[in-house]
Design a protein around this ligand. Structure first.
Ligand SMILES: Nc1ncnc2c1ncn2[C@@H]1O[C@H](COP(=O)(O)OP(=O)(O)OP(=O)(O)O)[C@@H](O)[C@H]1O
Length: 260
């Protein structure tokens, strides 16, 4: 299984000019945990939104290869009515957790998880929902309407919901922003369980979570600065950690931009 991003570009339209989301981004990832790093506005969320097919690239394409018989392409020219059923098939295999502060649905937590389980045709859906509620500490919120969820609980619900379908591709935008230590540990455990057979793409500024990476992508002002195996990239810094490597890259950027 792999994802290839090929010359991906996204520009946001604004009344006072346009803003660059991503520029000519090319990279390729295989099964494992890929962590996307970069400063504010570097393009992390843009890359995740495009990959989740919630947003259409202006240029370039994304190729999702599930196995030798199954591949999907996401590009401007593929967003034609005739191709939508294909993208729906891809979306059944993919879960995306965006950064959200509130949901505007009235459905109760348990009911919504059940809907997701039935809609994605998982085996033994009732058992799966019971397990998800227990695992993510949602028992006290089973009957709570989604629009009442916030902060920590909302984030745990989003993770539980996204995992119900056991997605082949899991996309997480800053998943630990509102998580406590215990839930963060649970997330890291989940990432370790998944990494041999599935793709997980995570944008984060949490260096503890970033250590769960197999691969790293570093974005800088919409462009790919570095990407590759975590082991190889972090071998270049004495501490051998993602945090130390990322800090070194930031210092290097500052020095470079002050001596153009
Ligand atoms: N909906 C939008 N409309 C206009 N510009 C946008 C929009 N979303 C993002 N941008 C701009 O695109 C660029 C990349 O934003 P993006 O959110 O992808 O970066 P990021 O690395 O995820 O940043 P952060 O860490 O702050 O979330 C930024 O300059 C941002 O202002």
């Amino acid at each position: 299984m792999k994802i290839d991003w090929i010359h991906l570009t996204k520009q946001y339209d604004q009344t006072l000019g346009s803003r660059l989301g991503l520029l000519d981004f090319s990279a390729s990832i295989q099964t494992g945990n890929t962590v996307v790093l970069g400063e504010k506005g570097a393009g992390k969320s843009t890359l995740l939104r495009l990959t989740s097919t919630r947003m259409i690239p202006d240029d370039g394409r994304i190729v999702f290869t599930i196995n030798s018989d199954s591949a999907f392409i996401w590009s401007k020219s593929h967003v034609r009515a005739s191709e939508f059923s294909n993208i729906n098939l891809l979306n059944e295999k993919m879960s995306y957790v965006p950064k959200v502060k509130r949901l505007d649905k009235d459905t109760a937590v348990e009911m919504d998880l059940k809907h997701r389980a039935y809609a994605t045709h998982v085996s033994n859906p009732k058992k799966r929902v019971v397990e998800a509620i227990a695992k993510w500490g949602l028992a006290a919120y089973r009957h709570t309407p989604l629009h009442h969820l916030q902060g920590e609980v909302l984030n745990r619900y989003l993770l539980a919901h996204s995992l119900i379908s056991d997605p082949l591709i899991w996309i997480l935008d800053e998943p630990t922003l509102e998580l406590d230590e215990m839930s963060t540990r649970l997330l890291c455990y989940e990432l370790q369980q998944r990494h041999t057979q599935r793709i997980t793409l995570i944008a984060t500024s949490d260096m503890h979570l970033a250590e769960c990476a197999d691969d790293l992508i570093l974005l800088d002002r919409g462009m790919c600065r570095r990407y590759g195996k975590k082991k190889l990239l972090t071998a270049g810094v004495r501490e051998g950690t993602v945090a130390a490597w990322y800090k070194a890259m930031q210092v290097f950027t500052r020095v470079k931009s002050s001596h153009p």
